[in-house]
Design a protein around this ligand. Structure first.
Ligand code: NAP
Ligand code: G4F
Length: 342
């Protein structure tokens, strides 16, 4: 029989790519999702609809990391071999506006999950492997470059502080209770499924809409920040590899190349023969009280032990996102034209 995986944050960018990967590997996949007043399953609808009768390998369960009872119930119903904790209030700028909520979801929510797994393991004797979505934001005001598994953390946002707490709880559950628990310290990873308020997607979406005459301005914050940007599809593969090792450990996952927001803008707009200087305005609302200036990861350990490496450069990733957003903009243009005819 194939393995059973539980993914929290299944409706998010990474949740959707990880679901695809695990289904392709023959897993039965269970996703925990929050109830909302609108549909939130757009990123996984194609997987849900693809199922064949009698072969339902993706099941969704209502739950919330803030609701410890729902988390416990799902663990005991699903009986997972592997749990991937991807759920989070994952927007750094928003975490300055909602620091308590962010801490509750990201840090206390993770402890709810770790406790549920520990109790389930102790009462059934079944090993459950745990993946925690740690973040390069934890390096914040970086103490050394490039950043490795040994670089000290210096978090610069409520989000990053909460991720540091969840990270060390994961280490502590490994050492105190012998849980097979891993932290993936992932650097920024993007895709056509990236949320539209993160900077890369905001840029590619706007460039495509400007090309089709659907908008004329793009408001951004700090263009000097540099990030190590990779492709989300590659990064979920690293998550899976961590849980297949003999021993649990923590790994940095990164491309080893860093580019500024300005360089990403150049790439996206020039690929459409546009000049971003004609449309971009700086809006102070998008600046952060404390910024992470430069991130650059060294993923040597992941390469050597997990056999993992990135497949796309920032430029290839940017082109992939622009192409996908061009298709969306074209559909939007067609709909707008049709509505004028009615
Ligand atoms: P994302 O697209 O923002 O997805 C976040 C997911 O968490 C969504 O499915 C969301 O559900 C869910 N969620 C939020 N609050 C929840 C709660 N209280 N209970 C249950 N589910 C909740 O994030 P992502 O980019 O896929 O990232 C996945 C994880 O990796 C996150 O933990 C993020 O912090 C971390 N991370 C991301 C990156 C990156 O560059 N993408 C890098 C390092 C670490 P709704 O659909 O209902 O909102
Ligand atoms: O795209 P961002 O919002 O990503 P950020 O803050 O690096 O966080 C993302 O990556 C982390 C991994 O390092 C994850 F843990 C986290 O969950 C999230 O996925 O911003 C990137 C940079 C920042 O320096 C920001 O100040 O872009 C700058 N930026 C400039 N203008 C902007 C904008 N960011 C956003 N979101 N929107 C802007 O208009």
């Amino acid at each position: 029989m194939g393995k059973v995986a539980l993914i929290t944050g299944v409706t998010g960018q990474d949740g959707s790519y990880l679901t695809e990967l695990l289904l392709a590997k023959g897993y039965a996949v269970h996703g925990m999702m929050r109830r909302a007043s609108v549909f939130t399953t757009e990123r996984i609808d194609h997987l849900y609809q693809d199922r064949h009768e009698g072969d339902v390998r993706l099941r969704l369960h209502y739950g919330d990391l803030l609701d410890a009872i729902s988390v416990r119930r799902i663990i005991s119903e699903v009986k997972p071999d592997e749990v991937y904790n991807l759920a989070a209030q994952s927007h750094v700028r928003t975490s300055f506006d909602q620091p308590v909520y962010t801490a509750e979801v990201v840090s206390i929510g993770t402890v709810h999950l770790l406790e549920a797994i520990r109790d389930y393991r102790d009462s059934t004797g079944k090993e459950v492997r745990f993946y925690q979505a740690s973040s390069s934001e934890m390096f914040g005001k970086v103490r050394e470059t490039p950043q490795t598994e040994y670089t000290p953390f210096y978090p610069r946002s409520p989000y990053a502080c909460a991720k540091v707490h969840a990270h060390w709880q994961t280490v502590n559950y490994r050492e105190a209770y012998g849980l097979f628990a891993c932290n993936g310290i992932l650097f920024n990873h993007e895709s056509p499924r990236r949320g539209e308020t993160f900077v890369t997607r905001k840029i590619t979406r706007a460039a495509a809409r400007i090309k089709f005459g659907l908008q004329d301005r793009l408001f951004l914050g700090n263009l000097d920040a540099k990030r190590d940007w990779g492709f989300a599809g590659d990064y979920v593969d690293a998550m899976w590899r961590m849980l297949q090792q003999e021993d649990p450990d923590d790994y940095v996952v990164a491309t080893g190349e860093s580019c500024s927001v300005r360089e990403f803008l150049d790439e996206a707009f020039s690929s459409l023969d546009l000049d971003w200087h004609d449309c971009v305005e700086i809006d102070p609302r998008y600046l952060r009280p404390t910024e992470v200036d430069v991130l650059l990861g060294d993923a040597s350990k992941a390469r050597d032990i997990l056999g993992w490496k990135p497949t796309l450069t920032m430029r290839q990733l940017c082109r992939m996102m622009v192409d996908a957003d061009l298709q969306l903009a074209e559909q939007e243009r067609t709909l707008a034209d049709a509505s004028h005819l009615v």
